[in-house]
Design a binder for this molecule. Structure first.
Ligand code: SAH
Ligand code: SF4
Ligand code: F3S
Length: 462
């Protein structure tokens, strides 16, 4: 008789941060899955807990400490349980985290994910450690995703790039994720095809600055934005793919050719996240963003000229060092001028190892001024978002159904091409389909839909 197979174990990940971290969690699940780990429902039934951290804004370490605090008792109750800290804070502060967070068995940076199994073995055999080696740019290999049929969501993430070569003065990402590397285009196309074969219908290509992608290998004078435009065209040809998105863009590398793709490609959704950060050219210069307010507005006008109904979103920082009332007023007028569909807004927070520190840009806007400015931005945008969402009411829109609505039991949820969330009644069997839904109301940040023709079955478009 065969010996009993080794017992399955369970992995639980508490995740913070951006799209890159979301993607990394999936890769951790795959790497550990191959070593006998299933996904745990909760931390309580895990054998390995990973806290996957983000250091982009303040209180990053406090968040890690409070997450780790939750696992202290669990670990006392079950000495075999391992707690590891991954992500950007672990990359930057590995040794310090080990000292400050006794419950941590080891820390590891994003480049160490392929070796996670070996790190677990190393810890089982001996002491605590911080694994922060960064793989050299020339040696970097992207970890291939292994989507399994029936186990992928309708919408999948595919990475096209690691790191970032920009020098935005406020940003910690280049310090945590290292130099920019583009993934070869054939790997990207193959991975998209594998996700589609496994059941995904929409793919979002991710990176910190996707427009500077240069993995197609066009001649040097045509690289940058043109390489990214070419990648989009190649992914667009993947059979069975219904929708394509990408994030995040940097205006510096956002060429007209990339914008033209919104008009020319079959699958590319009418949605663009183009972080502006500030409406003041003076502030943009001191942020080292490499574009002016006018250049940015020209890009917005151009993209709207090729795709009039496009939904736009952005990131805003208020209270950047030296930001005056007049600078800030320009951020408000930019919001009025562009009319974004949605925005993410943040108070500036000083981060370790950022260019701002080297440029002696002191965090000198008073906390209460930052708070007032944030409030003003959000109050202004609230009205704009409501108006923009209102433009859908009464229209028939195409929705990719993602599954049951988490907020509204018994309803389905899905997104429009503009990335607006729609909730509506319908059978769960529509998950993964593109359907036509009539928008009857806007509710907060989401839309309420109904069957395209009342009393009839939803029209299934594809
Ligand atoms: N790579 C992306 C953004 C990465 S960080 C880009 O270049 O657009 C996501 C957002 O966090 C940024 O766009 C910025 O608005 C915000 N952010 C980054 N660093 C910050 C800081 N030190 N303080 C406040 N907000 C910050
Ligand atoms: Fe956070 Fe940036 Fe790291 Fe993403 S890349 S996890 S936003 S610090
Ligand atoms: Fe890079 Fe974005 Fe920062 S492009 S430097 S991560 S704001």
């Amino acid at each position: 008789m065969d010996p009993d197979p080794p017992a399955r174990r369970r992995l639980f990940v508490q995740n913070f941060g951006c799209q890159m971290n979301d993607y990394d969690v999936e890769r951790m699940r795959e790497v550990m899955g191959a070593r006998g780990y299933d996904a745990a429902e909760s931390a309580e039934d895990a054998d390995l807990i990973v806290i996957n951290t983000c250091s982009v804004r303040e209180k990053a370490e406090a968040k890690v400490a409070s997450a780790a605090g939750r696992f202290r008792e669990l670990k006392q109750a079950r000495p075999g349980l391992m707690v590891a800290i991954g992500g950007c804070v672990a990359q930057q502060e590995g040794e310090r985290l080990l000292k400050r967070i006794p419950v941590a068995d080891f820390t590891f940076g994003p480049d160490q994910i392929p070796s996670l199994g070996a790190l677990v073995d190393r810890r089982a055999a001996g002491g605590r450690f911080a694994a922060t080696e960064v793989v050299e740019v020339e040696d970097y290999r992207f970890l291939t995703a292994e989507p399994r049929r029936g186990q992928v969501p309708v919408t999948a993430l595919v990475t096209i790039q690691k790191g970032c070569d920009n020098h935005c003065a406020f940003c910690v990402v280049p310090a945590t994720r290292g130099r920019e590397v583009s993934r070869p285009w054939q790997e990207v196309v193959d991975e998209v095809a594998r996700f589609v074969a496994a059941g995904a219908r929409e793919v979002t290509l991710i990176g910190q600055n996707v427009n500077s992608y240069h993995g197609v290998g066009l001649p040097k004078d045509q690289s940058g934005g043109d390489d990214f435009a070419e990648l989009l065209a190649r992914v667009d040809r993947v059979e069975g793919l219904k929708r394509l998105r990408y994030t995040t863009s940097h205006p510096h590398d956002f060429t007209d050719k990339v914008a033209d793709a919104f008009r020319d490609l079959r699958t590319l959704c009418a949605w663009l996240h183009l972080p502006v950060q500030s409406g003041s050219s003076r502030t943009l210069k001191r942020m080292v963003r490499d574009y002016t307010r006018d250049q940015y507005l020209r890009q917005i006008d151009y993209v709207r000229s090729v795709c009039p109904d496009i939904s736009l979103s952005t990131d805003i920082i208020v209270g950047y060092p030296g930001e005056t009332d007049a600078d800030f007023a320009e951020t408000l007028t930019l919001l009025e001028r562009v009319e974004y569909d949605s925005i993410y807004s943040f108070e500036y927070s000083e981060r370790p190892d950022t260019p701002a520190l080297k440029l002696a840009l002191r965090d000198n806007v008073a906390p209460e001024v930052k708070a007032e400015r944030l409030q003003a931005v959000q109050a202004l945008q609230k009205g704009i978002t409501a108006r923009r969402l209102g433009r859908w009411v009464g229209r028939d829109v195409e929705v990719l159904v993602e599954g049951d609505s988490a907020r509204y039991p018994g309803q389905l949820c899905g997104r429009t091409t503009g990335n607006e969330m729609v909730n509506f009644a319908g059978p769960p069997s529509l998950t993964g389909e593109l359907v036509t839904v009539k928008i009857v109301a806007a509710r907060g940040h989401t839309l309420v839909g109904e069957h395209a023709q009342a009393g009839h079955r939803l029209a299934v478009i594809a």
